[in-house]
Design a binder for this molecule. Structure first.
Ligand code: ADP
Length: 333
């Protein structure tokens, strides 16, 4: 019988709990012991773990956040920290460590594997979807929904005043959330890192679109969705750039951490449940230092380094749709 430990690390995401639940149930079936380390890698360093059994699973699938809590952990980046973690895993007689997190957490897990010879399995959990080797990450679908409904609400007030709104969406260095939030809420323009050349070229396009739309229809609302970490000085920088072109009365909205919260939507629950169960099915096999993911609706395994060395591209069909629909009003008159 195996001893399995699980933790959630880095940016939290809706569906992490659904994944923990699936792992608990699968471990119970397989007669494995499952422990949950708390507070990401900090729990590993403090040997802070709790037993996870079926009495922890009640209603868990629908809860946002993570019952194990998440955290960043500076100490884990140093060799001494990693050695301590490896020692603690040996002391707790862990056979398999499961890390639910993003690419930072996976980098840490890969480093740990150099000092600990147990099995390491990663599960992608981040709203940013910026992990190569899997079509989606746990939390991504819920975050798109949150961005969409927030932009819908911004549209109501923007329409009422025929105003320009700038909406900043999360995504770290990727445009998945911004693009899909913008497309699903019919935003008028989207700025994503994948296609950002310079503030000058981008501002010209935005100004042209606003002017063209106003020439055609008179005063109308206009929503620009902006991925975080793209525009120099963020929404303040973009507001100033618009003012320079005599476009005033602009309202910035930063969606912020609401995007990390909420009860997971069905797609995140399904992904989390599938990957949690699949990870436990690999316990005791000779695969290690891998992430489990899903490609074309099938579970797959990917060597951990691949998940951050490769850059996952945006879905081209969605990009094309956004480009066409952004220009719809001006091209079909
Ligand atoms: P995410 O997993 O969401 O990308 P972070 O990038 O904050 O989140 O990483 C989470 C934790 O993983 C960090 O606080 C740190 O403990 C660990 N980590 C990140 N990068 C490394 C690294 N290069 N080496 C060792 N540990 C790392």
């Amino acid at each position: 019988s195996k001893r399995v430990a699980i933790l959630t690390s880095g940016g939290d995401a809706p569906g992490m709990n659904a994944c923990i639940r699936a792992a608990i149930i699968a471990c119970q079936k397989a007669n494995f012991t499952l422990l949950g380390y708390k507070h990401g890698y900090n729990g590993l360093l403090q040997q802070e773990f709790i037993p996870l059994s079926l009495d922890s699973t009640h209603n868990l699938i629908q809860q946002g956040g993570t019952i194990l809590h998440s955290a960043r952990c500076k100490e884990f980046k140093n060799r001494e920290g990693l050695i301590k973690a490896a020692d603690n895993l040996r002391q707790a007689e862990i056979d398999t460590l499961i890390v639910i997190g993003g690419d930072g957490s996976f980098r840490g897990a890969a480093k740990l594997s150099e000092l600990w010879d147990g099995q390491i399995l990663g599960i992608p959990g981040t709203i940013d979807n910026d992990i190569a080797g899997t079509d989606a990450t746990i939390g991504y679908f819920t975050a798109i929904d949150t961005a969409m409904s927030s932009i819908d609400k911004v549209r109501d007030t923007a329409d009422a005043f025929e105003r320009i709104f700038l909406v900043e969406v999360m995504g770290r260095n990727a445009g998945f959330l911004a693009l899909n939030g913008a497309l699903s809420a019919a935003a008028d323009y989207v700025v994503v890192p994948e296609f950002f050349e310079s503030a000058e070229t981008e501002i010209k396009k935005i100004v042209n679109q606003i002017k063209a739309q106003r020439a055609l229809k008179g005063p109308v609302s206009f929503i620009v969705v902006v991925a975080e970490n793209v525009w120099p000085n963020g929404l303040t920088g973009l507001t100033e750039a618009l003012q320079y072109h005599n476009i005033n009365d602009v309202r910035p909205v930063t969606l912020g951490h609401v995007q990390r919260g909420g009860s997971p939507v069905a797609q995140d629950r399904l992904l989390a449940t599938t990957l949690g169960e699949f990870a436990i099915s690999l316990v005791g096999s000779d695969v290690t230092n891998i992430m489990v993911g899903e490609v074309n609706q099938r579970p797959i395994t990917v060597p951990l380094p691949k998940t951050w060395e490769e850059t996952k591209p945006l879905n081209q069909a969605r990009v094309d749709a956004m480009r066409t629909l952004m220009n719809e009003r001006y091209s079909c008159d």
